[in-house]
Design a protein around this ligand. Structure first.
Ligand SMILES: Nc1ncnc2c1ncn2[C@@H]1O[C@H](COP(=O)(O)OP(=O)(O)O)[C@@H](O)[C@H]1O
Ligand SMILES: CC(C)(COP(=O)(O)O)[C@@H](O)C(=O)NCCC(=O)O
Length: 307
């Protein structure tokens, strides 16, 4: 007999009704600033999907605060509550960063948790030089391309309430870690940790970054749809970011349309799809919530973990 599913599955319409009276606190102009390259997200998506989601997260945050107060009561002390850690996982080009940036802004507009910080795990990729020394420059995004221990230490320190925790900074333009650049996180109410591999289990006897998560979201879609989004975004970037002479990919701006399509499809197949199938998709069942997108990027179904 198959194990019972821990998830309750809701249609977009059922989920939308769970917004109740959560107010819309975002304007169309602000949304424009937050959406990723080529992501068609609109205010209807924010209202139907993200407002119920922030209501759920607000309730969950309150529950976590109550749990930490219970531990204080037991120990007879008055320890400050630990930051609430939210993980966001999913494939390259699925739209995780739009989800993360939107939640960053929306959650910060609730008085209970106005201090929200966002970190993307590309900050913990090894610099290109190290990837080359290890013979894995074509494995960027695969588990071995990250300094896993530094990432776990970063999240552990934030969770422990260390006043200032620093992380490196990754640039998509330079396709590398920016030497000397740092992002500092100062005791937020909520830390969002977004990245391909945030739900990956730890090696034996080690801790994983998700051991520190209070909740996690997996952004999901059909592989064929994500491939189309990846290739379309690649063409968009070719006309915009890659046209910048400082871009690592500036040589792509000079390719013909057909050459660029072939290039993007090959990178998708040999790197990103492989990583999705081997490492990312198998972690979906560990998420607290799964957002299932249709081919137009809109969320069609939602799975929420009950147990
Ligand atoms: N080569 C690139 N140059 C500039 N921006 C990029 C490049 N690749 C991805 N991005 C942007 O970086 C962000 C993260 O992209 P990605 O890791 O594919 O995750 P996702 O699409 O799930 O957010 C997105 O906002 C995307 O538009
Ligand atoms: C930087 C990334 C590994 C994503 O990193 P994340 O923030 O999810 O850890 C990815 O966007 C990437 O650049 N992949 C390499 C293959 C490609 O250029 O598509």
């Amino acid at each position: 007999m198959e194990a019972p599913t821990p998830y309750v599955e809701l249609s977009r319409e059922q989920w939308r009704d769970l917004r109740l009276n959560t107010p819309l606190t975002l304007t169309a102009e602000e949304l424009e600033e937050l959406r990723g390259v080529d992501d068609p997200i609109d205010l209807a998506e924010v209202t139907d999907i993200y407002l119920p989601l922030t209501r759920l997260l607000n309730l969950h945050f309150t529950g976590a605060r109550q749990r930490s107060a219970a531990v204080n009561t037991f120990l007879g002390d008055d320890h400050a509550p630990p930051p609430y850690i939210l993980g966001i996982a999913g494939s390259v080009a699925v739209g995780k960063s739009t989800t993360a940036r939107l939640l960053h802004t929306l959650l910060a507009r609730w008085p209970e948790h106005s201090r929200v910080e966002l970190i993307t795990t590309d900050s913990f990729l090894y610099p290109n030089k190290v990837l080359e020394e290890r013979g894995i420059p074509h494995r960027k995004g695969f588990p071995e391309s990250y300094d896993r221990r530094a990432l776990v230490r970063f999240v552990a320190e934030v969770k422990a309430g260390v006043p200032e925790v620093r992380a490196p900074v990754y640039s998509h333009l330079e396709y590398d870690i920016v030497p000397g650049a740092v992002q500092t996180v100062r005791r937020p109410d909520i830390l969002i940790v977004e990245g391909l591999n945030v739900l990956q289990p730890a090696p034996p006897a080690a801790l994983a970054v998700n051991d520190y998560f209070d909740f996690s979201i997996y952004v999901d879609a059909k592989v064929e749809d994500i491939r189309t989004w990846y290739v379309d975004r690649f063409h968009k970037l070719r006309r915009t970011a890659f046209a910048d002479p400082k871009s690592y990919f500036s040589y792509i701006a000079d390719m013909s349309e057909e050459e660029a399509t072939r290039f993007a499809r090959n990178v998708w197949r040999d790197v990103n799809e492989l990583n999705l199938v081997e490492n990312i998709a198998p972690t979906r069942g560990r998420a607290g919530l799964v957002l299932l997108k249709g081919s137009d990027h809109s969320v069609r179904r939602i799975r929420l973990r009950r147990t």
